[in-house]
Design a protein. Structure first.
Lengths: 520, 511
């Protein structure tokens, strides 16, 4: 991996050297030619100019490809590292904002790869080339080397710093207005019918206009700071060139004069390209901080074993600000837990499968505290069909086989039937090979829900928790499905969590508790 | 994407003209700087050190270039802010003209995003791309105007090679387009894999498959890398051609003038001037290429906004609405995209002024759709208002006759609490209402919206679940209010599941 970056850096540096070299040798060639020497004396310079002319493009192409190759290899490593951290403690990936967080970690990893490709590599190549240019200048004209070095440093660090500082101030001014505007726009569209029906178009537009105008003003004020970094870079280049001309005239060999004066121009063109790259620095820092926050020290896994019986009991549980009342589900019975949303029902589900840890209290499986059982072992016994169970962007079959890789087609269809999805699946032209789409978007909300149920049934867990299994379904289908779920899992220890009242006609082995779980 | 959208420039107005003017000034300064520098160098070559005045002039030219660069970015971003504001406002206004029927075919989040982050991407279009586009037109012409009289051969070299750049880029683009399109889907799927696995991590853990995925991520990312590199090898070709043509041409020009200098056909000052100016002719073209992709997002968003702005609003009727309208629905059938069965199907009903009609039935049978159709949001010929077909009525006038309680009513910040409604007894009259009814429970929000609808004293009341989430006592109070409204001559049409409400109605229509 590091070799690839070395190659990318080398080719990048050579490409930049070619660009500067083209200017420098061409200036020398012309100056020497002005002394009317035999053409033979110019041959080396002519070949050099032509080589640099071709070399720059070709080297740059090689650099970009090897650089991207190296960055993508780093990406693979970063992805695995981040995944392993998340795997150890996936509790951040639960709950309402889980999708956003997953997306953010993904972007963060990509952003970190940008650090190598868009900052480290260009800076390293620019500095190597700048160093060579400064060394050449220092050899013939030490005074000019100082101004060149200083002006290049200003462009490499001062101008990006100015640009960043400006961007932060502008962001602080406009960010709240952006949020306000998005909210106004959402409200306007969500209530578009009511606004039209009540003839409130003008007031709605006026309120949007007020925010929009404030934003436009803030952006226009921010605009005046934008060009400062560019202007500074031009000034630095000017200072360097003018100083070189002033210092070189009369002191160096006239043949070298044009080279020493034009070299700063070429180097400054190279360095000015660094300014926009620095703009992504705050994003990289934020991404790095978030990824580093994931690095939790590995805690030793407990060594307990699974109990012989599977009754489930909670004991003084609190987690995520919710107090969960004690419940007891005897082995082989079903328990329906109802209560309003937001009162810790889904938290209880996550705690029971050890995807999250309780603040205090215990969950006992067959009398054994699950804290003493390794999570992977526990989850071979306790299963969960979460409200937001993920449907992978793959086929129906692959999503189902996750639960039981060696399942027969008959088993797959039986699971689908139990989840009221079998008839639909049989009508599909591609059958179980039908693609589910990103987050299951090719399916309706109800179909997604039932696919995850089928998957949970297929895994055949001795203890299973269903979190809102009938969400997204109309009341009649919901009642039917709930009854069928309880029938299909008869003899297991079942916890069914729902905010709807339990349907009539549930099997006799089930008990119903309404827990008004309260937030503390 | 269009490289150049006149509609955007018209919206920006004067600042775009200023950016063009600044581009011309920048070109002038580049040429002046090259002339001063080449003359000073030629003089110094023969032993005459540059005068203080020359040095000051050179420094001044650089300072002026810095000022022009600053002014260009500032003006361009001002233009961008103006255009973004105008696009947002026009989009919202036009969405209100197009109405809910149009919006139901769109994704609301997409439209919001378009109006916010979408148009924000125009910053790159105006701030980076447009100024470079201006320079890409002006600079080569001006540079050639200087070089051709000074040295025809150098001028011809540039004239021949410069147009090759866009030609080659277009050719490469054409040759690789099919290939890139084919790749893009596979690439997107591979790139998306990591997100899919991270989002599904809790699910993977539940089925004991999480640990095995780490290896899978490594494998898929390797595939992704290889596929990406295959695509990049082609994608970078166009910039390779661009750089090659630009630098080789400069090298050709440099060698050419060197040789002509040896033979005494050229002065050193002219040769240096050409050497300084030749790269400038290619520079803006290269910059345009680099910024073209950065600006594509913004331009695409703008194109999409213009597309929406050019969608014609539905035709509106002009006929006046009678003071006490009656509603007749005859055979209303509405098909919904993605659903096999229409809802409602062949629905007929009549409702006269002073009548309290309840609409009931299981969810998904088209109760809300019926209200939308009566409001005119679902185009239909099946509804007549006191013998006038609904589409012929002046929609604004019709809406003035209606008080509507939608399923999710809108409560703006600062809504005042209406007085005189028994069912609002749990909301203190001075209660402050935050954005979208913040500070109220969902039941309170609905009842507050209902009170406001009643206070409109409209002859037609369209109410979607007016008593949802109410306790029996308040429900009874609401029913009393609705009965009172009907007694005062209003036509009350209420969609409801609640037996108490349907029992109180004059007529119940079951879907």
């Amino acid at each position: 991996m590091n070799n690839r970056f070395l190659i990318a850096w080398l080719t990048g540096t050579l490409a930049a050297l070619s660009a500067a070299g083209l200017t420098a040798t061409a200036a020398w060639l012309i100056s020497r030619a002005a002394q009317h020497p035999p053409v033979l004396y110019l041959m080396v310079a002519i070949v050099a100019v032509r080589t640099f002319g071709i070399g720059r493009g070709v080297l740059r192409y090689t650099e970009r490809l090897t650089g991207h190759d190296a960055a993508l290899r780093i990406l693979a490593r970063l992805r695995v590292t981040v995944y392993n951290h998340l795997e150890r403690d996936p509790s951040t990936l639960l709950g309402r904002r889980a999708g956003d967080l997953a997306a953010r970690y993904t972007t963060d990893v990509d952003t970190l790869a940008d650090w190598w490709l868009r900052i480290l590599l260009p800076y390293a190549a620019a500095f190597a080339t700048g160093g060579a240019g400064i060394a050449l200048t220092a050899w013939y004209l030490p005074q000019a080397a100082w101004t060149l070095a200083l002006s290049l440093l200003i462009v490499a660090f001062g101008a990006p710093w100015l640009a960043l500082r400006h961007a932060r101030t502008a962001e602080a001014r406009t960010a709240p207005l952006h949020g306000e505007l998005a909210a106004s726009m959402t409200t306007l569209l969500r209530h578009i019918g009511e606004i039209i029906a009540h003839g409130e178009q003008d007031t709605a537009l006026a309120s949007l206009h007020t925010t929009g105008k404030a934003l436009t003003h803030a952006e226009q004020r921010a605009a005046s700071g934008r060009g400062t970094a560019t202007a500074l870079a031009v000034l630095a280049a000017g200072t360097s060139v003018t100083a070189a001309l002033w210092l070189a005239a009369g002191t160096v060999d006239p043949v070298l004069l044009a080279t020493l004066v034009l070299l700063p121009l070429a180097l400054h063109e190279l360095f000015a390209a660094l300014i926009p790259a620095a703009a992504i620095l705050p994003r990289i820092q934020a991404a790095r901080a978030r990824i580093q926050a994931l690095e939790t020290p590995a805690t030793p896994e407990p060594a307990g074993t699974l109990p012989a019986t599977y009754d489930l009991r909670t004991d003084n549980l609190t987690a995520r600000g919710c107090t969960i009342p004690d419940i007891h589900i005897p082995a082989g019975t079903a328990h329906i837990l109802t209560g309003p949303s937001g009162t810790g029902k889904s938290t209880l589900a996550a705690l029971a499968v050890k995807l999250a840890a309780p603040t205090s209290g215990r969950i006992l499986l067959g009398g054994t505290d699950i804290a003493t059982i390794p999570g992977d072992t526990l989850r071979t016994t306790i299963g969960l069909c979460a409200q937001d169970a993920h449907v992978f962007d793959s086929t129906l079959e692959a999503n189902l086989r996750l639960a039981k890789p060696d399942a027969t087609d008959a088993e797959l269809h039986a699971a689908l039937d139990a989840a009221h999805l079998g008839d639909w699946a049989r009508t599909l032209p591609e059958g179980l090979h039908t693609r589910t789409g990103e987050h299951g978007t090719h399916l309706s909300g109800g179909q997604r829900q039932r696919l995850t149920l089928a998957r949970a049934l297929l895994a055949d867990f001795p203890v299973i928790i269903f979190d809102e299994p009938a969400e997204h379904l109309d009341p009649r289908t919901a009642a039917e499905l709930t009854r069928d779920l309880l029938t299909a899992t008869a003899g297991r220890t079942v916890l069914l969590i729902t905010h709807q009242p339990p349907p009539p006609g549930i099997p006799a082995t089930s008990t119903v508790t309404h827990h008004d779980l309260a937030r503390t | 994407m269009k490289p150049f959208d006149p509609r955007l420039l018209r919206l920006a107005g004067l600042p775009v003209a200023a950016v063009a003017g600044l581009g011309a000034a920048a070109t002038g300064l580049i040429i002046a700087q090259a002339i001063v520098l080449s003359r000073a160098l030629a003089a110094a070559f023969t032993g005459t050190p540059p005068a203080t005045g020359t040095l000051a002039l050179l420094a001044g030219l650089f300072a002026a270039r810095a000022a022009v660069a600053w002014a260009t970015e500032t003006t361009a971003h001002r233009a961008s802010a103006t255009v973004k504001g105008a696009l947002r406002q026009r989009l919202a206004a036009h969405a209100l003209r197009l109405g809910p029927a149009w919006l139901s075919r769109q994704r609301t989040t997409e439209i919001t995003q378009l109006a916010t982050t979408g148009v924000n991407a125009l910053d790159d279009y105006f701030g980076k791309y447009l100024p470079q586009l201006v320079l890409a037109v002006i600079v080569p012409i001006a540079v050639l105007a200087v070089i051709v009289p000074a040295d025809l051969i150098s001028g011809l070299t540039i004239i021949v090679t410069l147009p090759l750049i866009p030609v080659f880029m277009a050719l490469i683009g054409l040759a690789t387009a099919a290939h890139t399109r084919k790749r893009r889907l596979a690439l997107a799927r591979l790139g998306h894999h990591f997100l899919d696995v991270v989002a599904g991590l809790p699910t993977l853990k539940i089925f004991g498959r999480a640990k095995a995925q780490a290896q899978q991520i490594q494998t898929i990312t390797s595939l992704y890398r290889r596929a990406t590199l295959r695509t990049l090898r082609l994608a970078f070709l166009s910039s390779l051609v661009l750089e090659l043509l630009a630098t080789i041409s400069v090298a050709l020009v440099a060698v050419g003038i060197g040789l002509r200098l040896v033979h005494g056909n050229l002065t050193l000052a002219t040769a240096l001037l050409i050497l300084l100016l030749a790269p400038e002719a290619y520079l803006p073209l290269r910059a345009v290429g680099a910024h073209f992709h950065a600006s594509a997002d913004g331009a695409e968003a703008a194109t999409r906004v213009f597309e929406i702005l050019e969608t014609p609003p539905p035709p509106a009727g002009t006929r006046p609405v009678p003071a006490s309208p009656a509603i007749t629905v005859h055979g209303l059938t509405v098909h919904h995209p993605g659903r096999d069965t229409p809802a409602p199907r062949d629905l007929s009903l009549t409702a006269a002024p002073g009548e309290f009609v309840a609409i009931t039935g299981p969810s998904g049978t088209g109760k809300t759709t019926l209200l939308n159709a009566i409001l005119g949001f679902t185009p239909t010929e099946a509804i007549t208002i006191s013998s006038t077909p609904l589409p012929e009525l002046d929609p604004a006038a019709w809406h003035r006759h209606i008080a509507w309680l939608p399923q999710e009513p809108r409560l703006a910040t600062g809504t005042t609490i209406p007085t005189g409604h028994a069912f609002l007894d749990d909301i203190p009259p001075g209660q402050l209402i935050g954005e979208d009814g913040a500070g109220l429970s969902s039941g309170q929000r609905r009842r507050l919206a209902l009170a406001r609808a009643l206070d409109r004293r409209a002859p037609v009341l369209l109410l979607d679940e007016p008593t949802a989430g109410c306790d029996p006592h308040r429900e009874q109070q609401i029913i009393t209010s609705l009965r009172a409204a009907a007694r005062d001559g209003a036509l009350v049409l209420a969609v409801s599941h609640r037996p108490a409400l349907t029992a109180a109605a004059d007529k119940v229509v079951t879907l």
